[in-house]
Write a protein that binds this ligand. Structure first.
Ligand code: HSE
Length: 427
């Protein structure tokens, strides 16, 4: 058979990893694909003469990737506008597309899947979620006979690295972020990582695939890790929990909830032991039960591995025909979502404060599962000494907790902002 002719947009680390692995594993890839995968052109605004392009030619003009001798365009330039235009143009030229770009799939996936169907081309984005972990394939092929009940994933390596460093070494947030950036995992704008946007992009994709809904980036509740302190990590540990940044999507009679936020999870559950920059996605489904997918969520070679999976599927002509948007489940507003909570309430070191806080919670039908209250003040400043009251609650809807905390915050004995972190048992 004729080779699959590939054009690569971008010559950054992932593109270099792709060239390297296509070359190193070419005999296995050709055998499995039933034909060879041939990179005929690489286009990038910045030439890198030191990179071995093999037999491919090079152009600084991305539009040359739409020449008729290219079957598939691999978009590895990142960012949004130029990448999106390139993908649209490729499909308009009847070229299939492989992309590692979670932002354009999360935000424009509905349009792009429709374009691919209309133009009769294939679209692959295995590399957009959790790098080398084949979670798109798992959801669309391996689990295709299941009703997925919920998904919980550690899907941002940078945030996971920071939380692990804070928990294991007492690192400051800033120092841990700098280390993570040194590993090359962080987005160009690390706010995307630490504010949860990158994880929300990935969760949007996972939720659409798991529940056959549209890509609904705007419906994902998004909270990052910038407010998490080592103090909270320590209290969580004392209570038997780890703090992880999770993406959670769940299907219920009320609709689909999709949320990204820090979360206390039991220290003995598997996700709690996914550390450093690693990613993992736990899928709970009716037939298969729980399945866990773990691996490197970014990096040149793992991401290239995922790109090649899509290219081989295209070479065989059996790329996934995404059925997103087929189901009509509505999106559940975060205010309606039910979780348990960890609360850290900074209060004056005076008798009766805990009772007053507990009374307000009880008036809102929120029951307390556990609490830690130090006998003596741990924080003393010039004006007063105060103690953090730590409370774990049972499950309650978000809007109920919000109004309860408003009342607690108004107590004169509360001396600072209340910290709330959601708690999931993941069982
Ligand atoms: N910035 C991302 C992360 C890279 O930290 O996981 C992979 O999308």
């Amino acid at each position: 058979m004729d080779p699959l002719r590939i054009g690569i947009a971008g010559l950054g680390t992932v593109a270099q990893g792709l060239l390297e692995i296509l070359h190193a594993n070419s005999s296995e890839i050709t055998r499995r694909a039933g034909r060879s995968l041939s990179v005929v052109r690489v286009a990038s605004r910045s030439p890198k003469p030191s990179v071995d392009l093999g037999t491919a030619d090079f152009s600084t003009d991305l539009s040359t990737l739409h020449d008729a001798d290219i079957d598939v365009v691999v978009e590895l330039i990142g960012g949004e506008d130029t990448a999106l235009q390139l993908v649209r143009d490729a499909m308009a030229h009847k070229q299939s597309v492989v992309t590692a770009n979670k932002a354009i799939i999360a935000r424009h996936g509905n349009e792009l899947v429709a374009d691919a169907g209309r133009e009769g081309v294939m679209l692959g984005f295995e590399a957009a979620v959790a790098g080398g972990v084949p979670i798109v394939n798992a959801l669309t092929r391996g689990m295709v006979g299941n009703r997925v009940q919920w998904i919980a994933g550690i899907i941002n390596g940078t945030s996971n690295y920071i939380l692990t460093a804070m928990a294991d070494h007492g690192s400051t947030f800033a120092a841990a972020l700098q280390e993570a950036q040194g590993l090359g995992y962080a987005e160009a704008d690390p706010a995307f990582d630490v504010e949860g946007v990158d994880a929300a992009h990935k969760l949007t994709i996972l939720a659409a695939l798991a529940f056959d809904t549209d890509f609904r980036f705007d419906a994902v509740y998004t909270e990052g890790i910038t407010h998490i302190t080592t103090e909270d990590i320590e209290y969580a540990r004392e209570l038997g929990y780890a703090i992880k940044h999770l993406g959670i999507a769940r299907s219920s009679q009320d609709g689909i909830e999709a949320r990204v936020h820090p979360c206390l999870i039991p220290r003995n559950c598997m996700l709690a032991n996914v550390d450093d920059v690693m990613n993992a996605v736990l899928v709970h489904a009716d037939a298969a039960g729980p399945t866990l997918y773990y691996g490197a969520g970014a990096g040149a070679r793992p991401t290239a591995s995922a790109v090649i999976a899509d290219l081989v599927a295209m070479a065989r002509g059996d790329a996934v025909d995404f059925k997103v948007g087929g189901a009509d489940h509505g999106a559940l507003n975060m205010e309606q979502v039910e979780t348990a909570y960890y609360l850290r309430v900074p209060s004056l070191d005076e008798p009766g404060v805990f009772a007053r806080v507990a009374t307000i919670l009880s008036e809102h039908a929120i029951s307390i599962e556990g609490a830690i209250q130090r006998e003596r003040a741990v924080h003393v400043d010039t004006s007063a000494s105060w103690v953090p009251i730590i409370i774990l609650t049972h499950r309650v809807r978000e809007h109920v907790m919000t109004s309860a905390l408003k009342a607690v915050q108004a107590l004169p004995e509360i001396v600072g902002e209340i910290m709330r972190i959601r708690v999931e048992q993941l069982d």
